[in-house]
Design a protein around this ligand. Structure first.
Ligand code: RB5
Length: 155
């Protein structure tokens, strides 16, 4: 798969560790930055990663900031993005299985590189179950997205 990845200064060091790890799993990586620990704004890196995924130019996206929270908030504003903030292996598996997430957010100040790599491995390898219940629920999520894409109808 092609994986787009981005981080702010709070996630830069973890990004540097996980990029070669993702490549070692056989995936292509497009790194949108940032390139050092100088302070930057997480939405500036969430947006290009999510646009690559939403436009079909990347299969999945990975976003890292200090907590992962800002990145996940920004990512879920992009139409077509289903981003999960994940800090444990169970959620990494469940969010692919149930939510068909296409973007993963993590916090460098929350977990270490060993857990982050295992989360990434599980998240990349787990397919969406495609189960009727989950497809139906994702359809309802899409309806919310569509409703608020046209504010005139959101009353
Ligand atoms: C930056 O200090 C920090 O706020 C950011 O990396 C992230 O944790 C925001 O949610």
């Amino acid at each position: 798969m092609k994986i787009a990845i981005g981080a702010d200064h709070g996630g830069f060091s973890l990004k540097e560790v996980v990029v070669p790890f993702i490549q070692s799993l056989g995936h292509e990586v497009e790194d949108v930055g940032c390139d050092c620990e100088q302070s930057v704004d997480y939405p500036d890196y969430a947006l290009p990663v999510c646009e690559l995924v939403a436009q079909g130019k990347a299969d999945r996206g990975i976003l890292i900031c200090g907590t992962g929270i800002g990145m996940s908030i920004a990512a879920n504003k992009v139409t077509g993005i289903r981003c999960a903030l994940v800090h444990d292996m169970f959620s990494a598996q469940a969010t692919r299985d149930h939510n068909d997430t296409n973007v993963l957010a993590m916090g460098e100040r929350v977990i270490g590189p060993g857990i982050a790599q295992e989360i990434i491995r599980i998240w990349l390898e787990t397919p969406f179950s495609g189960g009727e219940r989950h497809v139906g629920r994702l359809g309802k999520v899409k309806q919310i997205e569509a409703k608020y894409a046209h504010p005139a109808h959101a009353e």
